[in-house]
Design a protein around this ligand. Structure first.
Ligand SMILES: [Zn+2]
Length: 296
């Protein structure tokens, strides 16, 4: 199951209260596939929403769907085309089934905060999606009703959420990109378990980034050690070519021999290999001397 279907499953487990049932059904209708005076059509891939819809519509409008989905189908399709049922639904929202005006959100059916939240939950279940937080942070609501998009924008602001808005393929889209905003939206709508998973994914991602930064930094240090060793080896070879190597003071030659034997060792490691061991500054001093002599 995708993260999005887990979220919808968690939301669909919320109890259905009578006043909120109307609000949630309203959100579903305004964000579903078809909501016109002639037909209602809700298509969903969420099995959990499919199980909730008949109970929800029964409680909200005391009606049944005219067509229920076939159990075997991938997507569940619910339709209502009976004129009596359609006008009952329109009347519940103070709409005239005969009027041809654009759909609006009738805020008088969403007076209480719990009803507003239920409306948004319905909108999300029918027309929303959320991306797996392992990939990126994105939650959106999509509706084909232009005014509804703007009105739900204000409604979300009233609830303390500040979405961004855009249009895509003629649909009005409200979306969130910040993980903490998405967590808050999901917690408010009734999916705190999934919200927690977003938080966990974020912590894990930050931890991985920290490890990567540390590894990169270590690699850079190793690179520096290797570059320095290359330079020292080149100096030693140059001294050998100039027949100066044999004339090096005993101590410098010992250090040069160790460097040739252990080309990848750090200076500190070389210092510890000396007999007796040297301090880092002492071996540094000897190496500098070797480099200096090689420059002539
Ligand atoms: Zn309510």
């Amino acid at each position: 199951m995708s993260f999005c279907s887990n979220v919808k499953a968690e939301l669909a487990r919320q109890p259905i209260h009578t006043c909120c049932a109307i609000a949630e059904a309203y959100g579903i209708l305004l964000f579903c596939n078809t909501f016109t005076p002639g037909c209602i059509k809700i298509v969903t891939e969420s099995r959990d929403l499919a199980q909730r819809l008949p109970r929800l519509f029964k409680k909200a409008f005391d009606i049944e769907f005219d067509q229920l989905p076939n159990q075997e189908q991938g997507k569940a399709i619910f339709t209502i085309d009976c004129p009596r049922k359609l006008s009952a639904i329109y009347e519940t929202f103070g709409l005239d089934v005969q009027a041809t005006v654009s759909l609006h959100v009738n805020l008088s059916v969403l007076e209480e905060d719990h009803c507003k939240i239920s409306f948004v939950r319905g909108a999300f279940m029918a027309g929303g999606s959320v991306t797996d937080p392992e990939k990126r942070y994105h939650l959106e609501f999509a509706t084909s009703h232009h005014y509804v998009g703007r009105e739900v924008y204000s409604l979300l602001m009233e609830l303390g959420f500040y979405p961004k808005d855009t249009t895509r393929g003629g649909n009005s889209i409200l979306y969130f990109k910040q993980s903490d905003h998405i967590e808050d939206v999901l917690t408010t709508l009734g999916a705190p378990v999934c919200a927690m998973q977003i938080m966990e994914a974020k912590v894990e991602k930050e931890f991985r980034n920290k490890i990567n930064r540390w590894v990169n930094c270590e690699t850079a240090n190793v690179g520096k050690t290797v570059n320095a060793a290359q330079e020292q080896l080149a100096a030693i070879r140059k001294l050998e070519k100039m027949d100066l190597y044999e004339q090096l003071p005993q101590k410098l030659r010992e250090t040069a021999e160790l460097r040739k034997a252990y080309p990848e060792a750090s200076l500190l490691e070389l210092a510890q290999m000396q007999d007796p061991p040297l301090t880092k500054s002492a071996i540094n001093h000897r190496m500098r001397k070797i480099l200096e002599l090689s420059r002539g």
